[in-house]
Write a protein that binds this ligand. Structure first.
Ligand code: NDP
Length: 445
């Protein structure tokens, strides 16, 4: 395999999809030596079959807004790879959604799901619908219209979607309701459902908590066993960011920042439990902006910027892709940051990753650190199949174990000659090997 040749072919076949090439390039550069050590992989052209999605569905979503105007959006589902289990991955509703973003996310999801040790393939989907400023009724009508098409290719043994940016418990509920209406099957086809209708305890918390569990595993390798004295910068203020902050606080950290797409807040006194409860309410009930936190608590708000210039010892990007540039990374390291653990998918640019690795700080890529979300989604599928619900403690314990296992896989495949653990390499090789072996065993299909 020659990485540049694979990327050139992708560019020719799928023009103007930079996030997709970025994700593929990062993975291929990590696995190229392992891949080339197995001539049987190349003989079966495994690399092309692995980087190109199995299937992409695109469709028009037509819905009626509150004024009676008829609106259209685009909807997509990228079914990337089901070698190790049914397609699984979130749905994103955001104006920036186009096939290139979903292809990068579905590709990443395939390796992430492999790392969890649960039997799940990789997929991603969504729409360019912007939920911001929409009424509850508009969101419901959009979700129903989206499911009118999506229901044709999902199923509990085929493809099980979940949430992502712009898709939380409310949207999952509306989509699941419509799925049942259309199919007359209460089979739990979406994860992240409400607790009253098949959801799992700890699912809302899982990505954020899982990221902190992964971080603790990394810190342990440096003899650090809690977060007391650590100053934590978090970006985002959605599902992942808020539960990341909650677990960080529980373990003694001082959390100093949160953000949204308009700007960030910096609270030098730390965001405590009470202030965080306000953020949960602000985001989930009033659907307000993080600026309002600064107005309420009288702290600094910086419009149009990300929080990486603030001095911290740990950075947990939890908003979106490419939100830490090379310059941001330099600033983080200069300010004494010892660990970066990614709640978001691909939040660090390639230049930023180079800076973290060059400076040998603890750096966990999203496909390892944020795998807790899909892991508990996998546990939700198991509970749905068994028709029972595990307790909070049971699910949390399983989540902690999974994050520990992922950490061990990264150490196994990513430890370099000088003892430094390259978690990017470790996660990519561990995720790849399982999918590759499964594809080889199942023939050329
Ligand atoms: P939410 O929609 O709940 O929150 C997203 C947050 O990120 C919001 O604060 C949003 O601000 C901010 N944000 C979104 N886009 C941008 C942007 N372009 N620039 C700056 N800020 C932005 O999503 P989640 O918390 O679920 O997802 C966050 C990240 O975590 C994503 O990368 C997602 O793929 C990843 N992830 C999520 C999982 C899950 O279980 N939910 C699982 C694994 C990964 P605003 O409100 O202004 O848009």
């Amino acid at each position: 395999m020659k990485v540049e040749q694979v990327i050139d072919n992708l560019k020719r076949r799928f023009p103007n999809e930079p996030e997709y090439y970025q994700a593929v390039q990062e993975v291929l550069e990590s696995i190229v030596d392992v891949y080339n050590a197995h001539p049987e992989f190349e003989k079966q052209n495994l690399v092309e079959r692995l980087v190109i999605p199995d299937r992409i569905l695109s469709f028009r979503v037509t819905w009626v807004d509150d004024k009676g105007n008829i609106q259209t959006n685009m909807g997509y589902r990228v079914q990337h790879n089901n070698a190790i289990g049914p397609y699984k991955g979130g749905l994103r509703f955001h104006p920036s959604v186009y096939p290139g973003i979903l292809k990068f996310l579905a590709f990443e999801q395939t390796f992430k799901n492999s790392l969890t040790t649960l039997p799940m393939g990789g997929a991603k989907g969504g729409s360019d619908f912007n939920p911001k400023g929409k009424s509850d009724a508009e969101v419901m009508r959009f979700c129903q219209a989206f499911m009118l098409e999506l229901n044709k290719i999902v199923g509990p043994d085929t493809d099980v979607p979940a949430g992502d940016i712009g898709v939380g418990g409310r949207e999952i509920g509306y989509m699941y309701g419509m799925y049942k209406k259309l199919r007359n099957e209460a089979n739990g086809v979406l994860t992240g459902k409400g607790l009253e209708f098949g959801g799992s305890l700890i699912r809302p918390e899982a990505t954020g908590y899982g990221n902190i569990y992964f971080l603790m595993n990394m810190l342990k390798t440096k003899g650090i066993h809690d977060l007391k004295g650590q100053v934590v910068a978090i970006s985002g203020s959605g599902n992942v960011a808020t539960y990341t902050a909650q677990k960080a606080l529980q373990l003694g950290a001082k959390v100093i920042t949160l953000s949204d797409s308009n700007g960030y807040i910096y609270d030098p006194d730390g965001i405590d439990e009470e202030k965080l409860a306000y953020v949960f309410e602000l985001k989930n009930v009033y659907r307000g902006r993080i600026r309002e936190y600064a107005e309420k608590y009288g702290c600094k708000y910086v419009e149009g910027a990300r929080p990486w210039n603030e001095k911290c010892t740990i950075a947990l990007p939890s908003a979106t892709q490419n939100e830490i540039t090379g310059e941001d990374a330099e600033m983080l390291v200069k300010n004494g940051c010892i660990a970066v653990s990614e709640g978001a998918n691909m939040p660090s640019t390639p230049e930023a990753i180079d800076v973290f690795l060059k400076n040998k700080i603890l750096y966990a890529p999203g496909k390892a650190a944020n795998a807790g979300g899909v892991s508990v989604s996998g546990l939700e599928m198991t509970q749905n199949s068994m028709r029972l619900s595990w307790t909070r403690e049971e699910v949390d314990q399983k989540l902690q174990q999974i994050m520990q296992n992922i950490h061990e896989s990264c150490v196994k495949y990513g430890t370099e000659a000088d003892g430094y653990v390259n978690y990017v390499k470790g996660a990519n090789i561990a995720g790849f090997m399982k999918v590759a072996k499964a594809m080889m065993a199942q023939g050329v299909i």
